[in-house]
Design a protein around this ligand. Sequence first.
Ligand SMILES: Nc1ncnc2c1ncn2[C@@H]1O[C@H](COP(=O)(O)OP(=O)(O)OP(=O)(O)O)[C@@H](O)[C@H]1O
Ligand SMILES: O=C(O)C1=C[C@@H](O)[C@@H](O)[C@H](O)C1
Ligand SMILES: [Mg+2]
Length: 178
Amino acid sequence: MSSTRRENLFLIGFMGAGKTTVGKVLAEKLGWCFMDLDQVIEQRSEKRISEIFAEQGERFFRDMESQVLSEVSTNAHTVVATGGGVIGREKNRHLMRNTGIVVFLDVPWKQLLERIEEGQGRPLAEGEDAMQRLTSLFEQRLPLYRMADLVIDCSGQSPQDLAEGIVSRLNETKLFLN
Ligand SMILES: Nc1ncnc2c1ncn2[C@@H]1O[C@H](COP(=O)(O)OP(=O)(O)OP(=O)(O)O)[C@@H](O)[C@H]1O
Ligand SMILES: O=C(O)C1=C[C@@H](O)[C@@H](O)[C@H](O)C1
Ligand SMILES: [Mg+2]
């Protein structure tokens, strides 16, 4: 299905913000499809993201991420959980804004760090200099995340609460054309 209207919903935010978790609940609530860019990349390449970073490098991963995003953007009524770094490229930001509503899951830094420490498979959170890298990425990216159509304060809210809150905000702001 092809569309140049804003008919999708893109969840953006830092690693561990809950894009994948909240995205699934939200898609179910809306009766929409759900897609996760990281998962599509892993399925397509038949590799884990950490392997792509290690074997082909970040640039290769970013090119693949942009390619998958541009394909997914032609959908309609799809909730897209993006990767934490998708907002790094201007063309990705434009594409999301032109084909959907962009929603930033704003999670306090301390909580993000706790979730990142608990999880695995995030190559940018690995290695001795991980903390320094994460801090600097977060500082660079925060202004880009904040350019979203909706900024959702996620403190202390369950994925279910967040999905409900996002649906209410979308209805209030009448961001969708249909
Ligand atoms: N609102 C929430 N309340 C409590 N825990 C949450 C919430 N949202 C997500 N989590 C938990 O935080 C962890 C990270 O969530 P998730 O994988 O959805 O983040 P993500 O934004 O998709 O991260 P990545 O950018 O690495 O793909 C998971 O263990 C998930 O269960
Ligand atoms: O924040 C990032 O740059 C990333 C986040 C993950 O979702 C993956 O897309 C990958 O590990 C890179
Ligand atoms: Mg995810």
